[in-house]
Every structure is written in structure tokens, then in C-alpha cells.
Design a protein around this ligand. Structure first.
Ligand code: ADP
Length: 314
């Protein structure tokens, strides 16, 4: 339905921008206040218009804030999708503003899981806070958010699950975000071009151009599990362009698991040995070549919960 008639439409005059917090593919994210609520406000930008403006070719309207129909449709699509979702491990949606086009969502003060894990190398205090129970519990949060999306009827395939799209709240809860590329399963048979998605998290079947399924999200989750285990950026040790990386993944290559003494001692690597081996075994099942051999998020969350309980009693 048209944005104008939506009950989630908000007025720009009710939003107070507080500070910029991030830059995304389609716009800029601000910490903002909407009425009395602190929110994240993603302002969509027509990048072509910004470039035109830089070249002195801007239209009189001031191109940066007028969205082409395609981007407006994208905003509407993302808003309509997010408005349907309600789960503690999925970023909540508050509303959408038409002019200028922006999306209001729950603010997650620790930023993305990718930011959190990469900051551990610079901020020792952060590394200290990330004990193995916390890392396991963040993995479990992500799995529960994904389980919720996959339990919708029809299931919602995220298609771009990765640590930059997992946000972390003040109390370390992980929330799935960024539904730019998500699709309600049976409704859209389209596949993405490889250029749309970062191959670090991409399943071999998606690289081959086959349709993304719930099992492709499970493959991406295996990479997230690897990041939570190693606190490293996937494939960063092998400089490659995205085509080489894609070729490698299709040929069956997978991320290597460093020996225990090279894992972050406070992270999952510091958990009791049986928990670490169970975790690694689960991660390997999630990146199985055959999508049918990968566990479901139901199975994954059950196992992660058992690992947390097992570790507590030992
Ligand atoms: P993209 O669209 O490119 O995937 P986003 O626009 O969603 O990226 O976000 C860009 C960055 O802004 C994120 O990596 C994160 O650091 C920050 N960010 C986005 N949404 C939120 C939020 N709800 N709370 C806190 N930080 C956020």
C-alpha cells in the first residue's frame, strides 16, 4: 500500500537528530529522538543526486532529498516488512518518514557485532567484557532472531545475514537487522547478483546463482559463529577480490579454525574443551556443502542453549 496511507508514517518535525552513527549502502544512520523515544534514524540518500550536486548539475529541488521511485519503493518495502516483525532478537521498527525519506528503528548502542568484535583488538576493556558465556549467548540471540524469521508463514529468508547486520544493544542482546535484501520466500523467485552481497558470508548455492533458501541463511550463520569464535574478519588473511573468494567457496574451501591456544582466551575459545568442540562441530554442520545437511535454526538454538547450560555446570 502507499506510504501516504500507512499507519506507521511519522513526521520529520517530530524527529530530532542527535548525532551521526553510521554510513550504509543506502544512506546515513543517526542517533535521534522521536517524541520521547531514542531511536536510530536511517536517512536514505539518492547517491546519484549527491554526485550530480557535486558536479554542479543538481536540479532546483536540491536532488539529495528527492528519492527516485526505485528507492522510494525500497523504503516502502523495507518498512512494510519490518512493521510485521516483532521479536526481542529482531530490531524493532518505529516508523517511516516520507520527506526526507527515513526509517526509524530501535537504537542498539553497541553498534554492529562486526564493530564490537573488531574493536576488541583496540579496546582491552571490551575484550574483557566478552567472556565465553556472553559470546555463546550472542550466538544464541542471533539464532533465535533467525528462528523467528524462518518461523513466519511463509518463512522470511534474510539473504544478507552477516555480523555487520547483527546489532548489539546496551545489555549485549543481539538483534537481526537490515532487511534490504530480505524476501518473503515463495513470493519472489529472484536471486541476487553477486555484486549485491559480500561473498564472505555467501553460500556456494547463492554464488552459483541459485535461489536463496533458509539453509543459505544457516550457511551465513556458520560464518558468524566463526567470527564469534575467532574475533577475526573472515578471509582477511587471504587478500582476494570477491570473484576469487566466490570461486574458493564454490570449490568447497571453508574458513580454518585456529588451534585453541590462538583463540581469544576470554571468548568461546576459553570455554570448557567439550563446549568448544561441540561449538566447532555445530559450526561445520552449518556450512555443509549440501543445504539439506545443514541444521535448522531450531536445532542450532537448542544446541547453543545446551552448550551454555553445559558450561555453567562444569
Ligand atoms: P547498510 O544499509 O549498508 O547495511 P545500515 O545503513 O543499516 O547499513 O547501517 C550502517 C551502520 O550504522 C551500521 O553498521 C551500524 O554501525 C549503524 N547502525 C545502523 N542501524 C543502527 C541501529 N539501529 N542502532 C545502532 N547503530 C546502527
Amino acid at each position: 500500500r502507499a506510504l501516504g496511507s500507512s499507519n506507521w508514517e511519522v513526521e520529520f518535525k517530530d524527529i530530532t537528530m542527535l548525532k551521526p552513527i553510521g554510513e550504509g549502502a543506502f544512506g546515513r544512520v543517526f542517533l535521534a529522538r522521536w517524541h520521547q523515544i531514542i531511536v536510530a534514524c536511517k536517512v536514505l540518500i539518492d547517491r546519484d543526486a549527491v554526485h550530480r550536486e557535486a558536479r554542479g548539475e543538481a536540479e532546483e529541488e536540491g536532488g539529495a532529498l528527492t528519492l527516485p521511485a526505485e528507492l522510494e519503493a525500497k523504503l516502502e518495502e523495507e518498512a512494510a516488512l519490518m512493521a510485521m516483525l516483532r521479536h526481542p532478537n529482531v530490531v524493532s521498527f518505529y516508523g517511516v518518514c516520507r520527506t526526507p525519506p527515513c526509517l526509524l528503528t530501535e537504537y542498539c548502542s553497541r553498534g554492529s557485532l562486526h564493530d564490537v568484535l573488531s574493536s576488541t583488538h583496540r579496546v582491552p576493556r571490551l575484550a574483557e567484557q566478552l567472556c565465553w558465556q556472553r559470546c555463546l549467548s550472542m550466538a544464541l540471540d542471533g539464532a533465535l532472531g533467525m528462528l523467528y524469521l524462518h518461523s513466519l508463514k511463509p518463512p522470511l529468508v534474510h539473504r544478507d545475514l552477516k555480523t555487520p547486520n547483527l546489532l548489539v544493544s546496551d545489555n549485549w542482546q543481539v538483534k537481526v537487522s537490515d532487511f534490504n535484501l530480505s524476501r518473503i520466500m515463495e513470493e519472489s523467485p529472484t536471486t541476487n547478483s553477486l555484486l549485491d552481497i559480500n561473498p564472505r558470508w555467501l553460500s556456494p548455492e547463492m554464488i552459483r546463482g541459485e535461489r536463496a533458501t533458509i539453509a543459505s541463511d544457516v550457511f551465513a550463520f556458520a560464518v558468524v559463529m566463526w567470527e564469534l569464535l575467532t574475533w577475526r574478519v573472515p578471509w582477511a588473511d587471504k587478500p582476494m577480490n570477491q570473484w576469487q573468494m566466490a570461486g574458493l567457496l564454490v570449490s568447497g574451501a571453508r574458513l580454518t579454525v585456529p588451534p585453541t591456544d590462538e583463540l581469544p582466551p576470554r571468548g568461546i575459545g576459553g570455554a570448557p574443551a567439550p563446549v568448544v568442540s561441540e561449538y566447532v562441530a555445530l559450526m561445520r554442520r552449518c556450512w555443509a556443502e549440501d543445504p539439506a545437511a545443514r541444521p535448522s535454526f531450531d536445532q542450532i538454538s537448542t544446541e547453543l542453549r545446551q552448550m551454555l547450560e553445559h558450561g555453567d555446570s562444569s
